[in-house]
Write a new protein. Sequence first.
Length: 272
Amino acid sequence: MSERIEGVELRAALVRLRRGSGLPVVFGGLMDGGRPLRIAELHGALTPALQGLAISPGNGLGGKCLALARPCAVTDYPVARHITHEYDLPVSAEGLRSVIAVPVVVRRQVRGVLYGALRDALPLGERVFDAAVAAARDVEQALAVRDEVSRLAEPAEAPGPSWEEVRHAYGELRALAPRVADEELRARLLAVCGRLESAAGASAPLPGVSLTPRETDVLAAVASGATNAAAAQRLGLRPETVKGYLRSAMRKLGAHTRLEAVVAARRAGALP
Protein backbone atom coordinates (compact mmCIF):
# COMPACT_ATOMS: atom_id res chain seq x y z
CA MET A 1 0.00 0.00 0.00
CA SER A 2 1.38 3.38 -0.88
CA GLU A 3 2.11 5.94 1.80
CA ARG A 4 -0.35 8.35 0.16
CA ILE A 5 -3.24 5.89 0.32
CA GLU A 6 -2.41 4.89 3.89
CA GLY A 7 -2.53 8.54 4.89
CA VAL A 8 -5.92 9.08 3.25
CA GLU A 9 -7.52 6.11 5.01
CA LEU A 10 -5.97 6.88 8.40
CA ARG A 11 -6.92 10.55 8.12
CA ALA A 12 -10.53 9.75 7.23
CA ALA A 13 -10.86 7.35 10.19
CA LEU A 14 -9.42 9.89 12.62
CA VAL A 15 -11.72 12.65 11.37
CA ARG A 16 -14.71 10.37 11.93
CA LEU A 17 -13.40 9.40 15.38
CA ARG A 18 -13.11 13.04 16.39
CA ARG A 19 -16.61 13.85 15.17
CA GLY A 20 -18.20 10.73 16.61
CA SER A 21 -16.56 10.92 20.04
CA GLY A 22 -16.32 14.66 20.62
CA LEU A 23 -12.68 14.24 21.65
CA PRO A 24 -10.59 17.35 20.95
CA VAL A 25 -7.42 15.44 20.02
CA VAL A 26 -7.08 12.32 17.87
CA PHE A 27 -3.96 10.81 16.35
CA GLY A 28 -2.51 7.53 15.17
CA GLY A 29 -0.21 5.62 12.90
CA LEU A 30 0.16 2.38 10.95
CA MET A 31 3.02 -0.11 10.89
CA ASP A 32 5.34 0.30 7.90
CA GLY A 33 6.80 -3.09 7.08
CA GLY A 34 9.11 -4.19 9.87
CA ARG A 35 9.65 -0.67 11.16
CA PRO A 36 8.08 0.52 14.42
CA LEU A 37 4.77 2.32 14.55
CA ARG A 38 5.10 6.09 14.29
CA ILE A 39 2.47 8.74 14.93
CA ALA A 40 1.76 9.98 11.41
CA GLU A 41 -1.57 11.83 11.68
CA LEU A 42 -2.73 14.33 14.32
CA HIS A 43 -5.96 16.33 14.51
CA GLY A 44 -6.58 18.96 17.17
CA ALA A 45 -2.98 19.01 18.42
CA LEU A 46 -1.57 22.31 19.68
CA THR A 47 2.09 21.29 19.42
CA PRO A 48 4.18 19.01 17.17
CA ALA A 49 5.35 17.04 20.22
CA LEU A 50 3.65 13.78 19.15
CA GLN A 51 4.39 13.99 15.42
CA GLY A 52 6.63 11.14 14.28
CA LEU A 53 6.84 9.61 17.76
CA ALA A 54 7.95 5.95 17.54
CA ILE A 55 5.86 3.60 19.69
CA SER A 56 7.49 0.42 20.97
CA PRO A 57 5.40 -2.60 22.07
CA GLY A 58 4.91 -2.55 25.83
CA ASN A 59 5.89 1.10 26.27
CA GLY A 60 3.31 3.65 27.29
CA LEU A 61 -0.40 3.33 26.57
CA GLY A 62 0.03 2.77 22.84
CA GLY A 63 2.77 0.20 23.42
CA LYS A 64 0.50 -1.65 25.85
CA CYS A 65 -2.25 -1.58 23.21
CA LEU A 66 0.21 -3.00 20.65
CA ALA A 67 1.38 -5.74 22.96
CA LEU A 68 -2.08 -6.84 24.11
CA ALA A 69 -3.87 -6.23 20.79
CA ARG A 70 -6.85 -4.74 22.60
CA PRO A 71 -8.14 -1.26 23.50
CA CYS A 72 -6.51 0.41 26.49
CA ALA A 73 -7.35 3.64 28.29
CA VAL A 74 -6.20 5.80 31.19
CA THR A 75 -8.06 8.55 32.98
CA ASP A 76 -4.96 10.56 33.96
CA TYR A 77 -1.93 9.69 31.82
CA PRO A 78 0.85 11.37 33.88
CA VAL A 79 0.01 9.42 37.04
CA ALA A 80 -1.42 6.21 35.52
CA ARG A 81 -0.03 3.20 37.38
CA HIS A 82 -0.68 0.45 34.82
CA ILE A 83 1.45 1.81 31.99
CA THR A 84 5.12 2.72 31.64
CA HIS A 85 6.04 6.36 31.21
CA GLU A 86 8.61 6.60 28.42
CA TYR A 87 6.42 9.10 26.54
CA ASP A 88 5.47 11.41 29.42
CA LEU A 89 7.39 14.37 27.98
CA PRO A 90 5.56 14.63 24.59
CA VAL A 91 2.22 13.71 26.19
CA SER A 92 2.66 16.44 28.83
CA ALA A 93 3.82 18.92 26.18
CA GLU A 94 0.49 18.42 24.41
CA GLY A 95 -1.36 18.59 27.75
CA LEU A 96 -3.13 15.23 27.40
CA ARG A 97 -4.71 13.56 30.43
CA SER A 98 -7.43 11.03 29.53
CA VAL A 99 -6.34 8.88 26.59
CA ILE A 100 -7.72 5.84 24.76
CA ALA A 101 -5.73 3.67 22.35
CA VAL A 102 -7.39 1.14 20.01
CA PRO A 103 -5.45 -1.34 17.86
CA VAL A 104 -5.95 -1.87 14.14
CA VAL A 105 -5.85 -5.66 13.79
CA VAL A 106 -5.89 -7.54 10.48
CA ARG A 107 -5.78 -11.35 10.56
CA ARG A 108 -4.63 -11.31 14.18
CA GLN A 109 -1.74 -8.99 13.41
CA VAL A 110 -1.65 -5.49 14.88
CA ARG A 111 -1.10 -3.05 12.02
CA GLY A 112 -1.56 0.26 13.81
CA VAL A 113 -3.08 2.21 16.68
CA LEU A 114 -5.69 4.99 16.82
CA TYR A 115 -5.73 7.35 19.80
CA GLY A 116 -8.21 9.82 21.22
CA ALA A 117 -7.57 12.17 24.12
CA LEU A 118 -8.91 14.84 26.48
CA ARG A 119 -6.91 17.57 28.17
CA ASP A 120 -8.85 16.94 31.38
CA ALA A 121 -8.68 13.92 33.71
CA LEU A 122 -12.22 12.69 33.03
CA PRO A 123 -13.58 9.17 32.45
CA LEU A 124 -14.01 8.19 28.82
CA GLY A 125 -17.50 6.78 28.32
CA GLU A 126 -19.01 4.15 26.03
CA ARG A 127 -19.63 6.68 23.26
CA VAL A 128 -15.91 7.38 23.01
CA PHE A 129 -15.01 3.69 23.16
CA ASP A 130 -17.55 2.74 20.48
CA ALA A 131 -16.42 5.55 18.16
CA ALA A 132 -12.76 4.57 18.55
CA VAL A 133 -13.44 0.90 17.87
CA ALA A 134 -15.61 1.75 14.83
CA ALA A 135 -12.85 3.96 13.38
CA ALA A 136 -10.30 1.21 13.86
CA ARG A 137 -12.61 -1.31 12.16
CA ASP A 138 -12.89 0.96 9.11
CA VAL A 139 -9.10 1.03 8.77
CA GLU A 140 -8.96 -2.75 9.27
CA GLN A 141 -11.45 -3.30 6.43
CA ALA A 142 -9.46 -1.05 4.12
CA LEU A 143 -6.20 -2.87 4.91
CA ALA A 144 -7.82 -6.30 4.56
CA VAL A 145 -9.23 -5.45 1.13
CA ARG A 146 -5.90 -4.07 -0.04
CA ASP A 147 -4.05 -7.14 1.24
CA GLU A 148 -6.43 -9.41 -0.66
CA VAL A 149 -6.18 -7.31 -3.80
CA SER A 150 -2.39 -7.50 -3.65
CA ARG A 151 -2.54 -11.25 -3.10
CA LEU A 152 -4.82 -11.82 -6.07
CA ALA A 153 -3.07 -9.38 -8.37
CA GLU A 154 -1.48 -11.02 -11.36
CA PRO A 155 2.24 -10.39 -11.90
CA ALA A 156 3.12 -7.88 -14.56
CA GLU A 157 4.74 -8.92 -17.80
CA ALA A 158 7.62 -6.50 -18.16
CA PRO A 159 7.50 -3.76 -19.14
CA GLY A 160 3.69 -3.58 -18.81
CA PRO A 161 1.79 -2.63 -15.61
CA SER A 162 0.48 -5.16 -13.10
CA TRP A 163 -3.25 -5.82 -12.73
CA GLU A 164 -3.08 -3.98 -9.40
CA GLU A 165 -1.90 -0.86 -11.21
CA VAL A 166 -4.59 -1.29 -13.85
CA ARG A 167 -7.26 -1.66 -11.17
CA HIS A 168 -6.02 1.41 -9.34
CA ALA A 169 -6.14 3.43 -12.57
CA TYR A 170 -9.66 2.10 -13.23
CA GLY A 171 -10.83 3.27 -9.81
CA GLU A 172 -9.42 6.74 -10.44
CA LEU A 173 -11.15 6.92 -13.83
CA ARG A 174 -14.50 5.86 -12.31
CA ALA A 175 -14.16 8.58 -9.67
CA LEU A 176 -13.12 11.21 -12.21
CA ALA A 177 -15.75 10.60 -14.91
CA PRO A 178 -18.84 11.95 -13.05
CA ARG A 179 -16.97 15.20 -12.33
CA VAL A 180 -16.17 15.90 -16.00
CA ALA A 181 -18.55 18.53 -17.42
CA ASP A 182 -17.66 17.86 -21.06
CA GLU A 183 -20.12 15.16 -22.15
CA GLU A 184 -17.92 13.86 -24.96
CA LEU A 185 -14.88 13.55 -22.74
CA ARG A 186 -16.95 11.92 -19.98
CA ALA A 187 -18.29 9.39 -22.49
CA ARG A 188 -14.76 8.57 -23.63
CA LEU A 189 -13.61 8.03 -20.04
CA LEU A 190 -16.54 5.70 -19.36
CA ALA A 191 -15.84 3.85 -22.60
CA VAL A 192 -12.29 3.20 -21.42
CA CYS A 193 -13.70 1.91 -18.12
CA GLY A 194 -16.03 -0.38 -20.06
CA ARG A 195 -13.12 -1.82 -22.03
CA LEU A 196 -11.29 -2.59 -18.79
CA GLU A 197 -14.40 -4.25 -17.37
CA SER A 198 -14.77 -6.34 -20.53
CA ALA A 199 -11.13 -7.39 -20.40
CA ALA A 200 -11.60 -8.50 -16.80
CA GLY A 201 -14.79 -10.46 -17.42
CA ALA A 202 -14.12 -11.81 -20.88
CA SER A 203 -13.06 -15.24 -19.61
CA ALA A 204 -16.05 -16.23 -17.48
CA PRO A 205 -18.59 -13.45 -16.75
CA LEU A 206 -21.44 -14.23 -14.39
CA PRO A 207 -24.89 -13.70 -15.91
CA GLY A 208 -27.71 -11.78 -14.30
CA VAL A 209 -25.63 -9.12 -12.51
CA SER A 210 -26.45 -5.54 -13.47
CA LEU A 211 -24.86 -2.80 -11.38
CA THR A 212 -25.70 0.88 -11.78
CA PRO A 213 -22.86 3.28 -12.67
CA ARG A 214 -22.77 4.65 -9.12
CA GLU A 215 -22.75 1.17 -7.59
CA THR A 216 -19.78 0.39 -9.81
CA ASP A 217 -18.08 3.67 -8.80
CA VAL A 218 -18.45 2.78 -5.11
CA LEU A 219 -17.22 -0.80 -5.59
CA ALA A 220 -14.21 0.48 -7.55
CA ALA A 221 -13.34 2.76 -4.64
CA VAL A 222 -13.83 -0.05 -2.12
CA ALA A 223 -11.67 -2.35 -4.25
CA SER A 224 -8.82 0.15 -3.90
CA GLY A 225 -9.17 -0.13 -0.10
CA ALA A 226 -11.14 3.07 0.51
CA THR A 227 -13.36 3.36 3.58
CA ASN A 228 -16.89 4.68 3.11
CA ALA A 229 -15.74 8.14 4.18
CA ALA A 230 -12.78 8.13 1.80
CA ALA A 231 -14.96 6.82 -1.05
CA ALA A 232 -17.49 9.57 -0.38
CA GLN A 233 -14.77 12.21 -0.50
CA ARG A 234 -13.34 10.75 -3.70
CA LEU A 235 -16.72 10.53 -5.45
CA GLY A 236 -18.23 13.75 -4.14
CA LEU A 237 -21.00 11.91 -2.27
CA ARG A 238 -22.24 11.76 1.32
CA PRO A 239 -21.01 8.76 3.38
CA GLU A 240 -24.63 7.66 3.89
CA THR A 241 -25.14 7.66 0.11
CA VAL A 242 -22.03 5.54 -0.36
CA LYS A 243 -23.35 3.06 2.20
CA GLY A 244 -26.64 2.85 0.32
CA TYR A 245 -24.96 2.12 -3.02
CA LEU A 246 -22.69 -0.44 -1.35
CA ARG A 247 -25.63 -2.24 0.29
CA SER A 248 -27.48 -2.33 -3.02
CA ALA A 249 -24.46 -3.72 -4.86
CA MET A 250 -23.85 -6.35 -2.17
CA ARG A 251 -27.47 -7.46 -2.41
CA LYS A 252 -27.28 -7.83 -6.20
CA LEU A 253 -24.00 -9.74 -5.94
CA GLY A 254 -25.15 -11.98 -3.08
CA ALA A 255 -22.27 -10.72 -0.93
CA HIS A 256 -22.22 -10.35 2.85
CA THR A 257 -19.03 -8.31 3.20
CA ARG A 258 -17.22 -5.58 1.29
CA LEU A 259 -14.47 -8.00 0.26
CA GLU A 260 -17.00 -10.57 -0.99
CA ALA A 261 -18.67 -7.82 -3.04
CA VAL A 262 -15.37 -6.84 -4.70
CA VAL A 263 -14.52 -10.47 -5.50
CA ALA A 264 -18.04 -11.16 -6.83
CA ALA A 265 -17.99 -8.00 -8.97
CA ARG A 266 -14.72 -9.09 -10.54
CA ARG A 267 -16.10 -12.55 -11.24
CA ALA A 268 -19.11 -10.90 -12.83
CA GLY A 269 -16.87 -8.81 -15.06
CA ALA A 270 -18.12 -5.57 -13.45
CA LEU A 271 -14.67 -4.64 -12.18
CA PRO A 272 -11.21 -5.31 -13.67
